[in-house]
Design a protein around this ligand. Structure first.
Ligand code: GDP
Length: 440
């Protein structure tokens, strides 16, 4: 996420970080680089210019020239300003109605349908809501099918009325269906077009007027940069929407949309989409995003994701197994599955401070554990609980069966053995000893 921008900002601060004493020229040079980095990230020209003016005023106001660590102070000022630019505090969505109605708007391909599913899943699993999805794209039968597929995937009902060409009537019928059947949130997925056009705008505006939703969300593809900002403006003029959803932040996004959109439409970014899977949704926190842009990682989100997947009961069982020296490949597989649920590997690594920079040119497979899982699946249950019974011919079979190689099997067995030994040491009160060893 935002690798290019992070990189350029890092270089911009380089001058200040290296100097014992700095001059106004150094500061000006740094700010010029910051502005260039923002423009390259497709941030609107005026926003980038105002941004650097504000940073400069603050920097001079806080005597950046005489401070001991000018680089750090500048990074902090830039971070605070970036946070402010992206919206200050995080803002939730309004779920006050019964049912609360959420209207989704945006262009075709922005990720509206996918996000409708993600949001329904989020509200169901994290907020204990009972959501209903309503399919209002009357032009593309495939769009209705797609919402049904999504609904099946997450176990949420989808209301649709094939053949009905009036989206206002469908959305009203959907809300009535929700009321009659005890759904407390209704998410209405509407039709988009490839570009802003009048018919689409008047259609969504009619739906908006007719159903008066508690929350109108505008979905936009973050890869589209300045275009995203212009589209947001067009939709906001008609709908006066409540919040923005930025999708596809998992791609090689330049960052312009995330940074500019708030100041152009004065509406907060509420959620981000970080992948095609239903779990790839995150609440948008401006300050955490600023940290990530500045290459400081996002440990808070990383810990939160780990906590979400953490199952205390399972952890206790696992501890017992380790104590009894019964930790096997089946347990290992479970651990891998928990990690995978936390999200895409590269995304997770990017949350570790400093790691994003190191990893930017490394291609991390989305399914980094594929080979390991295949090897474990090729073992017999007995081999999984007691890998020492695996002999040379079985290693060959497992290598073949998993589509990997004997070397890969050997490597996994060796790593597993080392891990088991380490667990034993930690368990047997050797934790202290290990700490001492690590300290050297
Ligand atoms: P709609 O036309 O606005 O309903 O857009 P869709 O929901 O059909 O999404 C268009 C494409 O973008 C699909 O292939 C989705 O899988 C993909 N997509 C949606 N959200 C994300 C995201 O956050 N990350 C990535 N990588 N792809 C996404």
């Amino acid at each position: 996420m935002f690798n290019n921008l992070s990189d350029k900002l890092d270089k911009a601060f380089h001058v200040l970080k290296g100097h014992g004493s700095i001059t106004e020229v150094n500061v000006a040079e740094t700010l010029k680089e910051v502005r260039r980095a923002l423009l390259d990230a497709d941030v609107n020209f005026k926003i980038a210019k105002d941004f650097t003016v504000r940073v400069k005023d603050k920097a001079l106001g806080q005597n950046v020239l005489t401070t001991l660590q000018p680089g750090q102070l500048m990074v902090k000022i830039v971070k605070d300003e970036l946070t402010e630019l992206m919206g200050g505090d995080a803002e939730g969505i309004n779920l006050s109605g019964n049912p609360s109605v959420i209207l989704m708007s945006g262009l075709q391909g922005s990720g509206k349908t996918t996000f409708s599913g993600k949001l329904a899943n989020y509200l169901k699993t994290k907020k204990s809501k009972k959501p209903l999805l309503v399919a209002c794209d009357v032009y593309r039968p495939a769009a209705i099918d797609q919402l049904h597929v999504v609904g099946d995937q997450i176990g949420v009902e989808v209301f649709s009325d094939r053949g009905n060409t009036d989206p206002v009537a469908i959305s009203k019928a959907g809300i009535a269906h929700a009321k009659a059947n005890g759904y407390n949130v209704v998410i209405i997925d509407t039709a988009g077009r490839l570009a802003v056009d009048e018919v689409m705008m008047s259609e969504i505006s009619n739906i908006h007027k007719a159903i008066q939703p508690q929350e109108t969300l505008f979905v936009v593809d973050s890869m589209t940069g300045q275009d995203a900002v212009n589209t947001a403006k067009a939709f906001n003029d008609v709908l006066n929407f409540d919040g923005v959803i930025l999708t596809k932040l998992d791609g090689d996004t330049r960052g312009g949309a995330a940074i500019s959109i708030k100041s152009v439409v004065n509406k907060p970014i509420k959620f981000i989409g970080t992948g095609e899977k239903m779990e790839a949704i995150d609440v948008f926190y401006p300050s955490r995003m600023a940290d990530r842009i500045l290459g400081m990682g996002d440990v808070v989100s990383l810990v939160e994701r780990a906590q979400e997947q953490f199952d205390e009961e399972e952890a206790r069982k696992l501890q017992k197994k380790i104590a009894k020296n019964q930790f096997g490949f089946d347990d290992f597989l479970k651990q891998i599955q928990q990690i995978k649920k936390m999200g895409n590997m590269k995304d997770l690594m990017g949350m570790i401070p400093g790691a994003g920079k190191m990893l930017k040119n490394i291609d991390i497979d989305d399914d980094a554990f594929k080979g390991i899982e295949a090897i474990i699946h090729s073992m017999t249950p007995k081999e999984r609980s007691n890998p020492s019974v695996i002999n040379a011919s079985r290693k060959q079979r497992i290598g073949k069966g998993s589509g990997t190689s004997v070397q890969a099997v050997n490597q996994l067995l060796k790593q597993f053995d080392q891990m088991s030994k380490m667990m034993k040491t930690m368990q047997g009160g050797g934790g202290k000893k290990m700490m001492q060893m690590m300290k050297g």
